[in-house]
Each structure stands twice: as C-alpha cells, then as structure tokens.
Design a protein around this ligand. Sequence first.
Ligand code: NAP
Length: 300
Amino acid sequence: MYDIIIIGAGPAGLSAAIYARRAAKSVLVLEGNAYGGQIINTPDVENYPVVAHISGFEFATNLYNQASSLGAEVKFEKATEISNGDVKTVKTASNEYEAKAVIIATGSRNRKLGLDKEEQLTGKGVSYCATCDGNFYRNKPVAVVGGGNTAIEDALYLADIASKVYLIHRRDAFRAEQASVDSLKKKENVELVLNSVVTKLLYDVKLNAVEVSDKEGNVRLINTDALFVAVGRIPENEEFKAVAKTDSEGYIIAGEDCKTNSEGIFVAGDNRTKQVRQLVTAASDGAVAATAAINYLNTI
Ligand code: NAP
C-alpha cells in the first residue's frame, strides 16, 4: 500500500509528487499517456517565474526527473476507477493499487468541434496542436478556430510559418489577452473571420477547404490545407465522478485547498474548478494538494 497515489504526471501531479516525497511519503504516480501533460506541446514557456524561457518538453522532463530522483514511482497505466474507503483502491486496465490518499491531477483534453469527418481528417489537415503540426503547412494557407488564448497564440505562431492564417471565431469579442489580440491584428497575413462557425470540412484525401457560416446565414468557402481547432478543453474526470463531485462542465469541485467532497481524495490542476488555469497554478495546486494529503495522513 502507498501513502499517496497521484493520478496524472503533468505539472500538478509531478509537483505533488515532489512535495509528498520530500515529506517522506511513499508515492505512486499513474499516467495514461506521456509525462508532462499539455505543456509538452508549448515550444517556449515565458510565464513561469524565474525561468525566462524554457521549452515545454524540457520543463516537463526536468520536472519528471526531479520527482523520480526524489523516489516517486511512476507507472504508465491509465487509472480507470477509484474505490473510496479508509483504503482507496485505484484500478487500471491490468492492476489495482492501494493507498491511504489519492490526488487526482488528470488535467484536460481537447474539445472537438463535432463536425462530420473531423476524426477521420485528424492528421490529414485537422489538428489540435499548432506547435506540433504547424511546420507541415509552411507557405500554405491554414485556418484556426477559437477565440481564447490558445487560438490567438496558435494563429500568431502560424502567421510566421503559413502563407495565410484565417482566424475563425463565433463571436467578435475574444477571451484571449488583449495584448495577444493586438499583436495578431498587426499581422498582415492574418484574416479575422468573426461571428462565424465552421459548418463543414471539405476534402479529397485530406482537408482542402472549410465551409463557414456567419450569424446572418451567409456561407463562405475558405480554401485551406489545415484547420487548427482551439476551442477549449474538457476536464479528464469522467472516471472519478463517483468519488469526486463535479460542476456542470465536469470540473471537480474544490477550492484553493484542493479538497474534494471525499475524505482523503484531493484534486490538483486544470481539472478542478478554478479561475486561472496556468502552468504556475497547476504546480502550485500540486504543492497544496500534497500538503493537504500529508496533513490528512497524519490524522488517520
Ligand atoms: P478557452 O479560453 O475556453 O477558449 C475557447 C474558445 O473556443 C472560446 O473563444 C470559445 O468561444 C470557443 N469555442 C468553444 N466551443 C466552441 C465551439 N463548439 N465552436 C466554436 N468555438 C468554440 O480555451 P483555451 O484558449 O484553450 O484556453 C484554456 C485556458 O488556458 C484558458 O484559461 C486560457 O487563458 C489558458 N491559456 C493561457 C495561455 C497563456 O497564458 N499563455 C495560453 C493558452 C491557454 P466563446 O468565447 O464564444 O465562448
């Protein structure tokens, strides 16, 4: 039996592992994909205090090595269920692990548009990661859909690679930081397609155009080799709803103390209810959740 099982090896989970190991608690980290979470797709992290520039991959690798060298055990297995009780059991496809406390730090996944053939065209023009796939579209026209920080940053990044960038957004106001929106508006090869939604993907063997409809019902065809979908994220909490209450959008309900409604089960990072979902707040959640779990262990 472990003292603490941490589900997720992103910035929140690995930060929690560091704090728990420094308190000499036994720690198992379960991760269903690669370590690092969504930050591994960021080419240059510029907003983490003290570190002026670092690639997301290097950040994640340093964090993983730090947690491992402190003695956190990491297994690359996806947690599928938590059974609650004095002892918590975390199931994966092939194993069951026991712990006195659990921290859910599973983050979030990309929201899809829900268009016909979206899945089949993923990797054939449809992408959810501009920094991963942008280079394939050097000097070609591309489109980005969304109006948050991700969409605007993706469009800015692609503007330096692609011949033309269409930014398609369903409103005319943006959620993204004004400074980024202002930078985007200065780019000569960027066209804002506002009050508009993508209604159809057109393709032969791969995407070659998107159909866009505006609020007045006007339909326009945009020739593009790629559609970068950046319409937000969905918290990865489906498997844990029986032990951790979620809000209407699926985020585990917890305050700054990272405590869920279940004793001994904590949540850290982007998958909890919070105002600011950033690398620095994920890391900070990891510290808070681990400290709360350590305090809980001292009471049982
Ligand atoms: P987001 O802020 O939730 O924005 C999602 C955007 O997609 C919104 O503009 C939304 O439109 C649009 N949208 C949602 N569903 C749609 C649909 N079905 N069809 C068309 N458009 C749709 O998501 P995000 O940009 O991925 O950012 C997530 C979080 O990470 C945010 O807190 C963000 O600030 C943060 N982030 C920060 C940085 C940074 O600080 N450098 C970088 C990236 C992300 P409406 O506006 O009309 O709802």
